[in-house]
Design a binder for this molecule. Sequence first.
Ligand code: TRP
Length: 454
Amino acid sequence: MQTRVLTGITTTGTPHLGNYVGAIRPAVEASRRDDVDAFYFMADYHALIKSDDAARIERSRLEIAATWLAAGLDPARVTFYRQSDIPEIPELTWFLTCVASKGMLNRAHAYKAAVDRNTETGEDADAGITAGLYMYPVLMAADILAFDAHKVPVGRDQIQHIEMARDLGQRFNHIHGREFFVLPEALIEEQVATLPGLDGRKMSKSYDNTIPLFAGGKKQLRETIMRIVTDSRLPGEPKDPDSAALFTIFRAFASEIETAAFRQALLGGLGWGEAKQVLYERIESDVAPMRERYEAFMADPVAIEAILQQGAQKARAIATPKIAALREALGLRSARSVATTAGQPKPVPKQGKMPRFASFRDADGNFRFRLFSADGEELLLSMPFADPKAAGALQKRLRALGAAAAVLQVQSSGMSLVLDGEPVASTPDYRDESERNDALAQLHEALDQLAAHE
Ligand code: TRP
């Protein structure tokens, strides 16, 4: 069983060492695990809330994509995309907006802080506050809920947003009477260091104390490291590693053995200037190969675009059927499907008028089955199984699944049903999107009928 891990990066800045150590490196590592299904995306709609500088947003989107790829993210393995390439996200944002309580949004930290600043300065409470800032948590909830993410790695400042996403998912599930959404959990990495910046406070753009990851090349990296604040102890005097920002930064890159040696050297009186050179060389040995890849990507934005478009396609393969199911539940079905059930209460299927499974052996001798609707339409064809028991076990799971828990993934012209991260059955091919949506509605109905009978 895979855990779906999803996180977004707001595209307003240029990545620095703190971003690398605190977010990028652990995310890339997590994405290599077999039990993780990683969804990483650029939150460029969120960027619009923070900045109206188009050139900056454009540059940041490229820099961040190139940085993640250079840091070893494998786009074939993870789903790596831009928020603004997924139209289902703003659509879901609206659905969630309609169940969001305004009072909850009033309590969001970022909005409240802005109101407090206004009140302190005697301004109107909402002066200068956009509805975008106010709605920030709903857009973020849509990012997460559209993909049924289980875990969301974030900084502590984002925990409230994850709680709001859970709240919105839960409300929607409750109002519409089904488990449409997985309720996400925040993942706070205790192990991951928050890196101190040049002045010893947390490395952050807002303190202007950052060390750039790639920008300015190795020259800039070295120059910035030389500006890390230290105490005034002279070479030869013992230094206290545990109160030195540069030691904490070193430790975030080095092995335990290297760290112990560096500690000894500082205790033994290593001069700050030399210590900074050691730090620079240690970081540069990790960063240099990545920087080379980064520069190659930055020189080829078309290649980045192609990767992101493929990512968007993978992401939409999941979001599109999800949103179609929500539209159905909300009363936004195509009128063609309405025509077939108009005026009649939902029929309670009579005995013998149930969806049914038909098992068979294929030409290779494998065991497979089809699922037919109550009206005899083919809905699903299972994957082949060498063991008939495995085919039977899958049927059993499908009987109990119910429509809301069905994860469908759009293929070239049909869809596949995914269980525990693996495709287990596929639908026939459809001519177009509306035919596909009709078939999806039928499949949902059949799964609910089966589950009701379990
Ligand atoms: N708000 C997050 C931040 O500032 C970025 C973000 C947007 C995000 N959408 C998300 C993070 C969804 C996790 C999941 O850090």
